[in-house]
Every structure is written in structure tokens, then in C-alpha cells.
Write a protein of this length. Structure first.
Length: 649
């Protein structure tokens, strides 16, 4: 409860081990982790606590046993949260925050509802970006509707994937809200190749959509319509298939049994289905949309109004606004222009302005310096990587659990969460070596322990309990019956075998002093205690509900590193293959221009692809004429004559 001034009237409340409060039954209860914003009494010798800005009260409910107890506990929590909300309305001067066992579950599911408006705004921004990226001042070649249809294609594939997922009884969690945006980024992967039109939009989604559009715009306008479509598909198919396969394999590894976090596994399973459906939807649904738009362009229809573009003579008699809307921008030149898309504003900016600036000799040193600064910050960032176990980053910012967590971090960061230390095997607690091991394990913590209290009780009472029977007898008959120690009964589990009693399990609580960077220090405590539970002679486990959020970081480091390394390897092979293909194409072009000079030094693989390409494109792209055929026939006859002359020898 934030805003409550908690005045303490009795006893010193600041001991060396932490603030404690003496109670009526004689107990000294540790309350250091329950007070926040502490103000001490000035000039106090025993460091009394004057007031506390915030108080944290924890109620533990019994949940083991019959199902009725679970229902009772759930109803109690609901009524408690309702009471807190009611008290908040009645007492505006107080700030009350509550967190129950179902709060996280409720807020996780509420995240999808709270995120609807943000998702809609994001989709509108994506639609606007896609429309602008595919638009031109040329009303014939600009295709703004294709950008909208591309986003629609991705949305349809995502909805299909969601339907398949829910039909197969898939599990839903709030991490699935990111799938539409990941899918739009993974819907295609080669937007950077859209050099004529959308080079600056490479970081946006629907890349595959723009890659197919780019393939269409790279075709020659003087080719037949079917040839342009075929060239566009053949140009895009290889790169898009390879990159989609890379995405599929990467997320497939995340969906495999190697992933030990269920939420990540569910997310990766959905992504695999979404990527697969994206691949087929783009080359089927969006491909048909591109064919339709291409037919409109081939027949010189307006890209927005779908009406016939008038002739230049007709436009000259119309107002300027009509000419601006209906002109294709290229009627004054040849229709079969070498690059009709050179007037796109992005390409014009890159070619005329950015290219002149980036190639300036005085700019190059600054580019190198800028890159070095970027690289240094990148390395520094890698050294500053921290876990994402903060609950604030996992829920909607305006959810009750986040409000509770923010207040808790603000006022209660001086102590770690109360860590349960559970010994799950019989121990010889009366043995001095076991006592020393327990003290060593609890060193550095403030311990709320029945063991320490019992040892202190034996020392003050001058009672000797150096064997098993005396130790357990005094513990049951004297120590646990005193009012100030009765609360330890729930911390010890006894078993009776005949006339002999045994301690088969016990628990104690540990609290560590922390600083503002509480999350990191708690993880360090976790990493310190857990190895000891496996190496020490005492078998124990440590647990706190917040460990669930901290474990997801420590348990999910290896797999992402392996997946990233595998992805880099595939990406490197893909780039190497693309460079080799580009080199072969350049050599083929050089051979076509000067075949006699390059044929002797040609690589065998390139030579085969050259001959194969010439055989496939006779009379088409290479435009082989009758003169070339006759020359080849004459050379073949001369080779036959030479063979006949050499035969006798």
C-alpha cells in the first residue's frame, strides 16, 4: 500500500541483520522487505524506524488438498481485489495496488484487448507506406493498389494460419500479437532489390510483394505480356524461395523440441505456418493481381481510375489539373523507353542527389568515421546486454500488474524477493558439520530460519542436544510449543517410524540486500545458489514466483545463438551463390559482345551455360541471324576437312 505512513511505537526496528519488529507473543519478525521509503529517527542510537512511505503485505493461502480449497482460495482472491478497488474509491488519499495469483494470467489475456488500437494504427501506417512505395506520378505505371493488395495478401495468409492453428487446438498467448508484423516483414525478403522504386522501404514489411512488383518493372515493355509475366516470376522465384526457406528453417528450429520455452515454441510454430502460407498466397493471389494490373498497363488504362488514358492531343485541350491526373508522363518520348521508371521520386533522389553526395571524396572519410562509431556502439551494446525478465516488459503498460510492479520496484528494491530454501532429504541437524554447511549456504542473506532460532534457543536455555533423540525431543516438546516459535511448525515435516521420529524435510527463507538494479542481482543470487544445490552434501532447492520470469532468459540463450549462427551460415551461402550467378551473367554478356576473345579463357561452367543459353534463346534475346548460322556451318565444314586431312597420320 503506497502512501501509508507506518509509525512504529515499540522497540528498535533496525537491527544489523535488517529491520525487525517485536510482537506480543515474543517473536521478532523480519519486515525489511515489507517496508518502503523508510525514514529513520534522527540521532537514534539503535537506528529506530520513524515511518515508512509504503507497506507491502503478503497473504499466503492454502492450495494443496481438495479442489474445494482451490475454489475457496480463488474466491477469496477475487473478493480481496474487489475490496482493494472499493477502498481506493473511498480513500482517494491512498494508493492501493493488489496482485493475486490470477493477476498475471488475467493481464496476459487482457493484453490482446488493450493492444487492439495500437495494432490498428500500425496496420494503417503499413498500408500508407505500402501505397506510397508503389506509387508514381506516372498514372500508367504507378500501381498504388498493388501495395494495398500486397498487405491484404499477407493479412489473408495470417488469418488462414490463425484458423488452422485454432482448428488444431493450438494454445494462444499474447506473444502471437507480433506475428502479423513479423509475417509482413517475412512475407518477402528482397525489397532491397527493388532498386528502381522502393529502395528506401527495405525495412518495411511485405518485401516479397514489392520484389514481385520489382521483377515486373525490370522487364522490357516491348516484350509480349506473357513473356513479361514469365520473366518477372523467373527473376523473383529463386531469391524469394531461398529466403523463405531460410525463415522457415530458422523458425522451425525454434518450434523444435530443442526449444525449452513453450511460449517461444508456440510462436515459432505459428510463424512457420504463416511463412508457408505467405509464400503460396503471394505467388498465387498477389500474382494474379499483378497480372491484372499488367494487363491494364499493357492496354494503357489508368492505374487508379481504370479508364483509357487519352492521347496527347486530347490532353493539350484540357486544364492543367486534368493533364496532371491523366498524363502518363512519358507521352512526349518513345513508349519503349530504356528505363521508364527513372522518374520515380525515390530513384530520382537516390540517383541525382544521394549518389552525388555519397561518392564525394570529402564525404568518404566521414562515412568511415560514422561506421566506426556505429561499430563501437554496437560492440558496447553487446557488452551491456541484460535479461528481459522484467514483468513490466511482458504486459500492457496500463495493466494492474505493471502498476503493482512499478511501485514495488520503486519502494521495495532494497531487498530481494523472499527466497524459499527447501531441504528435501533427511539431515543430521544436530551434527556440527551440517550446521556449518547451513550457515555457509545462508551467508550473505538475512535468514528467517527455524534452525538458527532453535540453535539460539538451545544456547540460551543451556540445553545440550548433540544426538538425534535429544535434538528432536527438545524441538517437539519445548521449542515448537513456545508461542514465539509456534509459527515454525509449518516449516518442518516429521515422520514417525515405530517409536522414532525423523525430520524428512524442512524449509527456511532467505532475503538478500539489493540495489536499484534488483533484477540483475537476483539472477546472480540464483546462479550462485543453484549450482550449490547440486554440488553440496545438502540437497535443496530454491524458489520464488519471480524466478519463473528470470529463468526464461538463462534457459533461452543457447538455442537463439545456435539459430543465429545457422542463419548466418545460410545467408553467407546464399550471397555467395548470388555473386557467382551475377559473375556468370556478366561473362555471358561479354561473350555475346566479343565471343572470339573470351571463348578460350572461359570457365567450363560458364561456357556450358553460355552454349545452353544461346541454344534456348536462338532467334529471341540474342537475335541470331542467318549470317551467324551460315558462319557456324562454314566453321564446322572447315573442322571436318581438317579432320579428314589429319586422318592418314
Amino acid at each position: 500500500m503506497n502512501g501509508v505512513s507506518y509509525d512504529v511505537l515499540q522497540g528498535p526496528l533496525w537491527w544489523p541483520s535488517g529491520p525487525r519488529i517485536p510482537q506480543e507473543d515474543g517473536r521478532n519478525s523480519f519486515i525489511g522487505h515489507q517496508l518502503g521509503g523508510v525514514v529513520e529517527v534522527p540521532n537514534s542510537k539503535d537506528q529506530r524506524v520513524k515511518s515508512a512511505r509504503a507497506i507491502q503485505i503478503t497473504y499466503y493461502l492454502q492450495t494443496y488438498g481438495s479442489a474445494i480449497q482451490d475454489l475457496i482460495g480463488e474466491k477469496w482472491e477475487n473478493e480481496f481485489c474487489k475490496l482493494m478497488r472499493k477502498l481506493q474509491e473511498e480513500h482517494q488519499d491512498l494508493q492501493l495496488y493488489s496482485l493475486a495469483s490470477f493477476s498475471l494470467w488475467r493481464d496476459f489475456h487482457k493484453t490482446s484487448i488493450l493492444a487492439r488500437s495500437k495494432v490498428l494504427v500500425s496496420i494503417m501506417l503499413i498500408l500508407t507506406t505500402a501505397t506510397l512505395s508503389s506509387s508514381m506520378k506516372d498514372c500508367l505505371r504507378g500501381k498504388p493498389f498493388l501495395g494495398l493488395l500486397g498487405v491484404l495478401t499477407v493479412c489473408i495468409s495470417i488469418i488462414t494460419a490463425a484458423g488452422i492453428f485454432f482448428i488444431t487446438d493450438g494454445k494462444y498467448n499474447s506473444t502471437l500479437l507480433g506475428i502479423p508484423f513479423f509475417a509482413m516483414g517475412a512475407a518477402g525478403t528482397e525489397l532491397a532489390a527493388l532498386k528502381p522504386c522502393c529502395e528506401l522501404s527495405g525495412s518495411h514489411g511485405t518485401k516479397g510483394v514489392f520484389e514481385l512488383l520489382s521483377g515486373w518493372r525490370r522487364t522490357k515493355e516491348n516484350l509480349p505480356f506473357k513473356d513479361r509475366v514469365a520473366d518477372a516470376y523467373s527473376d523473383v522465384m529463386v531469391t524469394y524461395t531461398m529466403t523463405s526457406s531460410l525463415y522457415f528453417i530458422t523458425f522451425g528450429m525454434g518450434a523444435s523440441p530443442f526449444t525449452n520455452i513453450e511460449a517461444v515454441k508456440v510462436f515459432c510454430q505459428n510463424m512457420c505456418v504463416s511463412i508457408l502460407l505467405n509464400y503460396f498466397y503471394i505467388f498465387s493471389f498477389f500474382g494474379s493481381c499483378l497480372v491484372f494490373a499488367g494487363q491494364l498497363e499493357q492496354n494503357r488504362y489508368h492505374s487508379i481510375f481504370c479508364c483509357k488514358i487519352p492521347s496527347a492531343e486530347y490532353l493539350d485541350r484540357k486544364p492543367v489539373w486534368f493533364q496532371t491526373v491523366m498524363s502518363d508522363g512519358h507521352q512526349q518520348t518513345s513508349h519503349h523507353e530504356t528505363n521508364p521508371y527513372q522518374h520515380h521520386f525515390i530513384q530520382h533522389f537516390l540517383r541525382e542527389h544521394y549518389n552525388e553526395w555519397i561518392t564525394n571524396i570529402y564525404v568518404k572519410p566521414f562515412v568511415v568515421i560514422l561506421y566506426l562509431i556505429y561499430a563501437s556502439f554496437s560492440f558496447m551494446g553487446c557488452l551491456q546486454i541484460s535479461d528481459g525478465a522484467n514483468i513490466i516488459n511482458l504486459l500492457a503498460s496500463d495493466s494492474p500488474s505493471v502498476s503493482f510492479a512499478m511501485v514495488q520496484q520503486k519502494y521495495f528494491s532494497n531487498y530481494s524477493p523472499v527466497i524459499g530454501f527447501y531441504v528435501y532429504e533427511p539431515l543430521e541437524y544436530w551434527d556440527n558439520s551440517v550446521q556449518e554447511d547451513l550457515r555457509r549456504l545462508c551467508s550473505g542473506f538475512t535468514a528467517v530460519s527455524w534452525v538458527e532460532q532453535y540453535y539460539q534457543f538451545l544456547k540460551v536455555s543451556n540445553i545440550s542436544a548433540n544426538n538425534k533423540s535429544d535434538f528432536i525431543s527438545v524441538l517437539q516438546s519445548s521449542f515448537l510449543k513456545k508461542p514465539e516459535f509456534q509459527h515454525f511448525r509449518n516449516d518442518i515435516i516429521f515422520s514417525k517410524a515405530g517409536d522414532e521420529n525423523n525430520i524428512i524435510a524442512s524449509r527456511l527463507y532467505l532475503v538478500a540486500r539489493t540495489s536499484r538494479d534488483k533484477q540483475k542481482e537476483v539472477i546472480e543470487v540464483l546462479e550462485k545458489l543453484r549450482p550449490l544445490s547440486l554440488s553440496k552434501s545438502i540437497r535443496f532447492i530454491v524458489f520464488n514466483p519471480s524466478f519463473v520470469f528470470m529463468d526464461h532468459y538463462s534457459l533461452s540463450v543457447t538455442v537463439p545463438v545456435l539459430i543465429a549462427g545457422f542463419g548466418v551460415l545460410l545467408h553467407h551461402k546464399k550471397k555467395k551463390r548470388a555473386k557467382r550467378k551475377e559473375r556468370e551473367e556478366i561473362e555471358c554478356i561479354e561473350i555475346q559482345e566479343n565471343p572470339d576473345h573470351h571463348m578460350a579463357a572461359m570457365d567450363p561452367t560458364v561456357k556450358m551455360s553460355y552454349f545452353f543459353g544461346r541454344g534456348l534463346n536462338l532467334g529471341n534475346d540474342l537475335h541470331v541471324g542467318e549470317h551467324d548460322h551460315s558462319r557456324w556451318e562454314q566453321e564446322a565444314e572447315e573442322e571436318d576437312v581438317q579432320d579428314e586431312n589429319l586422318a592418314p597420320y
